[in-house]
Design a protein around this ligand. Structure first.
Ligand SMILES: Nc1nc(=O)c2c([nH]1)NC[C@@H]1CN(c3ccc(C(=O)N[C@@H](CCC(=O)O)C(=O)O)cc3)C=[N+]21
Length: 300
């Protein structure tokens, strides 16, 4: 068997088209332009790349992008003051604080200072609680993007065995909640799971989100299973020449694609969907803030 490739890049372009449609309707019918504020503390090069690409796409769909770059030594009080200002700015509908934050800043405290209605990452404890109890919330972008691809590929996920490998607050746990919401039987596996290979082999859906390059080999995958690879790992690629690198996922793509029914590639899979869902969440937050009907198909 050779797996169908789930093209996250193309899917993300479609999501952005829908978002752009909602944005132009908000402008024409209501005179409102959705705005997304991104806060970056310090100058981690990977974070800068991500923030730049996100800012560009925000403007491309017709929204306002506000970037706040603070130096690495910024105090917690100054960061909290900025968040307070953004919480009270009616032109800002979404706020994202790029993680990880420098060591001296308490990220839980900072994230929980964001107005939950503007928390487009879905990391605020109120949104986590709302998601866990099946209430309307802001849903974390990466798991939301994975859910959209799974629904698109399968239609209904009801009754499927889903194994999420990884238990992070930003991917593993919210992913499990979303799959449960779609009536999957959900297992969260992690580094201490006994017989991990056997657990993964039972899965109709595997979501790999551990941050370890190519740790899930093809012989852990059940024939025909759907594999969603959340990992984005940069590794050395001496075969490309001295000092070169390449991006790989948490799944060993080549071997997994031989047994899976469908699989997301890295790059071009989950990553582009994460940014598209950030834009989708910003439009959703803007509609809710203005008491307007929210977009269909862009939320969980
Ligand atoms: N508060 C917060 N929210 C985030 O959503 C968040 C964050 N902090 N911190 C950093 C991570 C990282 N992240 C990525 C999103 C898209 C790609 C992406 O589109 N990657 C391309 C490849 C890019 C390349 O070539 O390097 C792909 O997978 O095809 C990557 C990384 C969001 N993050």
């Amino acid at each position: 068997m050779t797996a169908t490739i789930i093209d996250g890049k193309a899917f993300a372009a479609k999501v952005r088209e829908q978002v752009a449609g909602h944005v132009s309707r908000l402008k024409e019918e209501h005179g409102i332009t959705p705005g997304l504020a991104v806060v970056l503390v310090g100058e981690d090069p990977a974070s800068q790349v991500y923030v730049r690409s996100k800012g560009k796409q925000t403007v491309e769909v017709g929204m306002n992008s506000y970037e706040h770059k603070l130096d690495a030594e910024t105090s917690e009080a100054d960061l909290l003051a900025l968040i307070d200002q953004l919480n009270n700015d009616p032109s800002v509908h979404g706020i994202l604080v790029q993680l990880p934050l420098p060591e001296h800043l308490d990220s839980d405290l900072v994230i929980n200072a964001i107005d939950p209605a503007k928390d487009v990452d879905g990391f605020h404890i109120s949104n986590v609680g709302l998601l866990g109890t099946g209430q309307k919330s802001m849903v974390p972008c990466t798991p939301l993007g994975c859910l959209m691809m799974l629904r698109d590929h399968h239609g209904s996920l009801s009754g499927m065995n889903a194994v999420v490998v990884g238990r992070s607050n930003i991917v593993g746990k919210p992913m499990a909640q979303l799959l449960l919401g779609d009536s999957c039987t959900v297992t969260i596996a992690h580094s201490r799971t006994k017989d991990l290979a056997e657990v993964v082999r039972r899965a109709d859906i595997v979501v790999a989100a551990v941050g370890r390059p190519e740790m899930v080999p093809g012989d852990w995958i059940k024939e025909g299973a759907t594999v969603i690879d959340v990992g984005i790992n940069r590794i050395d690629a001496p075969e490309k020449g001295e000092g070169k690198t390449r991006l790989v996922g948490d799944v060993h793509f080549e071997s997994a694609a031989k047994v899976a029914g469908a699989i997301t590639p890295v790059p071009g899979g989950v990553g582009p969907m994460t940014i598209a869902c950030l834009l989708a969440n910003t439009v959703t937050a803007c509609c809710r803030a203005n008491g307007l009907a929210e977009p269909q198909g862009l939320t969980a």
